[in-house]
Design a protein around this ligand. Structure first.
Ligand code: GDP
Length: 364
C-alpha cells in the first residue's frame, strides 16, 4: 500500500496522492507576472512617453533612478530621444523648512494650476534621503488633492547617491515629464542645506516659503537662499496670524533692499498667503506668471536656461568622473593602502593623492 495511513484501522484520515506540480490558484497570475516584467526598448519608452502614458513615464523614471549600468544606458537613450520634445514648460522650485507648508501649498497651487488646463509634475530633491533611504518630499500622501488628479504626476525624490547624483536624476526626470506633455513642473526641496543650489540650477522661478515668527524672521535663513529667491511668500497668513505675517512681509521687503538687483532685472516680491485656507493663491501664481513674462521679454529666460545646461554638463562630467574613479576596484584597493600610510604619517595627503591619481590616469 502506497500510504499506510489509508489503512482501514486509521479511520477519518485520508491521504491523497500528491501531484508533482501544484496548479496555480489564479491561472492568470502568470500572465500578470509576465506583463509586470515586460521591458521596453528605448523607442517603445519614447513612444509611450510622447503619448502621455503615465505608467511608461513612471517606469522610465525608475530606469533613470536605477544604478544598474544597462538601465542607465537605456535611460540615457530614452532621454536623448525625448530631448527634441522638451523645454516647453514653466519650471518652479519651491523651498522652505519642514513645516513651512510646502506640501499643503503645492496641493493648493497645483489644483489652481490644473484648473487652468495645465498638466503638472511635482518632483523633489531631498538631500536627507541618502541617509533615510526614504523620501519625505514629493510624497503623494502629502498632497491629497493632487494625488488623485489624472493631470498631475507626483514623484518623490530619488533616494540613492550623492546630492549631485540625486539632482541630476531629477533634472533628467524633468526632461521626460516635459516630453510627456507636462507644461508645469514644480521641484520641491527642504530649505536647510545645499539642495537649494541644485534646485535653483534647474528651474525658471525659485520660490521661498517662509513663516511669520517673532520678529527675528531673518535669523536662520541663509543669505544665499534669499539671494536666490525670485519670490518670497509668507505662509499661514490666516486667523490670528495675519498681522504677524504682514509684519514679516515688511521685514523681508526691507531686507531685500539690501541685496543688489538680481541679474534677471526682476525685483523679488514678498507676499503673504494661506496654503491651507487657500487665500492669496492666485496672487502668488500671478507673480510667477508676471516674472516669466518679464524674463521672456528681456531675454533672461533663455539666458538662464542656457547657463543651466552648461552647469549640468560640467556637473555630469564631475559626477561621472568621480564615480568612475571611486568604483574602480584597483583604485579602491590602492586607496586603502595609501589611506593607511597617510594615517600613519608615512606619506603626506598630497603625495598620496598624486600617486593614486597618477596610477588611475596611467591605466585609463
Ligand atoms: P511641509 O513640511 O513644508 O511640507 O509642511 P506641511 O504642508 O506638511 O504643513 C505643516 C503643517 O502646517 C501642517 O499641519 C499643515 O496643516 C499646516 N499648514 C500648512 N499650511 C497652512 C496654512 O496656510 N495655514 C495654517 N494655519 N496651517 C497650515
Amino acid at each position: 500500500m502506497e500510504h499506510i495511513e489509508n489503512d482501514e484501522q486509521f479511520q477519518g484520515l485520508r491521504v491523497n496522492k500528491g501531484t508533482s506540480e501544484q496548479p496555480t490558484v489564479n491561472p492568470y497570475l502568470n500572465n500578470f507576472k509576465k506583463f509586470k516584467r515586460k521591458t521596453y526598448t528605448a523607442s517603445e519608452y519614447v513612444e509611450g512617453i510622447l503619448k502621455g502614458n503615465i505608467t511608461i513615464l513612471g517606469q522610465a523614471v525608475t530606469l533613470i533612478e536605477s544604478a544598474k549600468p544597462d538601465h542607465q544606458a537605456l535611460a540615457q537613450e530614452v532621454i536623448e530621444k525625448c530631448l527634441p520634445y522638451t523645454g516647453n514648460s514653466i519650471r518652479v522650485g519651491i523651498t522652505g523648512v519642514p513645516g513651512a507648508g510646502k506640501s499643503t501649498s503645492i496641493d493648493a497651487f497645483g489644483m489652481h494650476i490644473l484648473k487652468e488646463n495645465h498638466k503638472l509634475a511635482v518632483l523633489a530633491i531631498d538631500p536627507s534621503s541618502e541617509v533615510t533611504k526614504g523620501s519625505i518630499l514629493g510624497d503623494k500622501t502629502r498632497m491629497e488633492k493632487l494625488s488623485v488628479e489624472h493631470n498631475a504626476f507626483i514623484r518623490p525624490s530619488p533616494s540613492a547617491g550623492s546630492l549631485g547624483g540625486v539632482a541630476r536624476k531629477t533634472r533628467e526626470t524633468i526632461i521626460l515629464c516635459e516630453a510627456a506633455g507636462f507644461d508645469r513642473i514644480i521641484v520641491e526641496t527642504v530649505g536647510v542645506g545645499q539642495s537649494e543650489t541644485a534646485v535653483h540650477s534647474m528651474v525658471d522661478f525659485f520660490l521661498l516659503i517662509q513663516l511669520a515668527g517673532t520678529g527675528d524672521e531673518l535669523q536662520g535663513i541663509k543669505r544665499g537662499i534669499m539671494e536666490m529667491a525670485d519670490g518670497i511668500v509668507i505662509n499661514k497668513a490666516d486667523g490670528t496670524n495675519i498681522e504677524k505675517a504682514k509684519l514679516a512681509q515688511s521685514h523681508f521687503q526691507n531686507a531685500l533692499h539690501l541685496f543688489p538687483l538680481p541679474d534677471s532685472g526682476w525685483t523679488p516680491k514678498v507676499m503673504t498667503y494661506s496654503g491651507y485656507y487657500e487665500i492669496g493663491i492666485d496672487e502668488v501664481l500671478k507673480m510667477i506668471d508676471d516674472y516669466i513674462d518679464f524674463v521672456k521679454k528681456n531675454g533672461y529666460f533663455d539666458y538662464r536656461r542656457n547657463e543651466q545646461s552648461r552647469y549640468w554638463m560640467y556637473e555630469t562630467i564631475n559626477e561621472k568622473l568621480k564615480n568612475n574613479f571611486y568604483n574602480n576596484p584597483k583604485i579602491q584597493e590602492e586607496l586603502k593602502g595609501y589611506e593607511q600610510q597617510v594615517l600613519n604619517s608615512q606619506m603626506t595627503s598630497f603625495a598620496a593623492a598624486n600617486k593614486i591619481l597618477d596610477s588611475y590616469l596611467k591605466n585609463l
